[in-house]
Design a protein around this ligand. Structure first.
Ligand code: FES
Length: 104
């Protein structure tokens, strides 16, 4: 699946993402500046991204744990914030637009 990713410097590029693994793993594999300290366990919130609002319904809802973690961040945006480790890349997400959230 092709993903359109904007990094923390505001530069946008297109990556070819692998399906069946998380968005976080794909971003890391493509050398984006994402700490993802907990390795995808939904406990660190350093994999925070903003999903383009038109895509939010397609990626599915946040879990309760995810909501709690994200809600503590200054940069939390209810309309677009997700933990990228909690989104599995599928064929359906081809064309997804995602922006890496600021470091906190
Ligand atoms: Fe830690 Fe996603 S990698 S919450």
């Amino acid at each position: 699946a092709k993903l359109i990713v904007t990094n923390r410097d505001g530069e946008t590029s297109t990556i070819e993402a692998d399906t069946g693994i998380s968005l976080m793993e794909n971003l890391r594999d493509n050398d984006f500046e994402l700490a993802a300290i907990c390795g995808g366990m939904c406990s660190c919130a350093t994999c925070h991204v903003f999903i383009d609002e038109d895509w939010m319904a397609k990626v599915g809802p946040r879990s309760e744990d995810e909501n709690d973690l994200l809600g503590e961040l200054d940069s939390f945006n209810d309309a677009s914030s997700r933990l990228s480790c909690q989104i599995e890349v599928t064929k359906e997400l081809d064309g997804l637009m995602v922006t890496i959230a600021p470091d906190e």
